[in-house]
Design a protein around this ligand. Sequence first.
Ligand code: HPA
Length: 276
Amino acid sequence: MAKSTIWERCLETRDYLQQRVPGFTPQIAVVLGSGLGGFGDRMSQEAVIPYEEIPHFKQVGVVGHSGNLIFGTVGGKKIVCQQGRYHYYEGHTIQEVVFPVRVMSALGAETLLVTNAAGGIDTSFNVGDIMMIRDHINFQGANPLMGTNEDAIGTRFPDMTYAYAPEYRVQVLGIAEEMNLEIREGIYLAVSGPSYETPAEINMFRTLGADAVGMSTVPEVIAANHRGMKCLGLSCISNAAAAEGAEKLDHTHVAEVIDKMSRQFESLVETWIERL
Ligand code: HPA
C-alpha cells in the first residue's frame, strides 16, 4: 500500500475527532504555551481528548501526559484548543510539531491564536508584559513546509507578508486599552532551543530587530498561513533574555511569572474571542 500523505493522515484524525465530538465545527484554534493551560480549563468544555487517544498525534512515551485537545466554547464561540504543544527541541520532526494545527484547520477553524512564554530582548520590556507579535524571524533552522508540497494543504510558496493578521492586532490593541492593560507589540524570534541563549546571541538578535525570543510558535504560524488561516500571536514575557552580568535563567522562575500573569492574559484573550 502506498504511504499515506500528511493530508490523508490529517483527514483520518479529523474523522476520528468528528466521531468523538459530533457536529462540532470550531471557528477558532488555540495553541496554549507553557503555563497558559489555565485558559483550557476555564473554557466551557464539551470534550477533553488526551493526545494519547488521537490517531497520528505523536505519542510521548515515559513522561506520560503530553497534552489534551479541548473542544468547547468561549463567549459563545466554538473553540478547539491545544493544551500542550509539541516543540522541535523535543526531537519531533518539524512536520510533527505542526500536525495538530493542520488537523484543527481540517476541522474547520479559520483563525489561529498562538501563545507562548518568551524572553524579552527589548530592554524596555518588563517581566510580566504581554507582547503581541507583529511579525517573526525564523531562526529554528527548519521550516514545516520543507519536503514535497501537498497542494491539498496549501501552495508551495505561501506569502508571509501578513503572517499575523493586521485586523486582529488592531482589535487586541483596542481591547487592551479598554482594559487599561498596557501591552507591547514586537518581533518574535524563534530558536530551536532547548538551551537558553548566550548574551552574545541575544545581542545579535537585538541587532537583527528581534524584541523577544522563544522556542515555539513560528512553525505553527507558518503551517497556519499555508492553510490560509488568520493568526494572532501573544507572548508572555517571562524573563529578560540573557545579558552579560545578568542572573542565570531558570525554567522554574519562568513558570512562576507566567502563572502570576495568566489571569490578565486570559481576560484579554476571552474578550477578543467574544468579539470576533
Ligand atoms: N529564551 C528562549 N525561550 C524562552 C525564554 C528565553 O529567554 N524564556 C521563555 N522561553
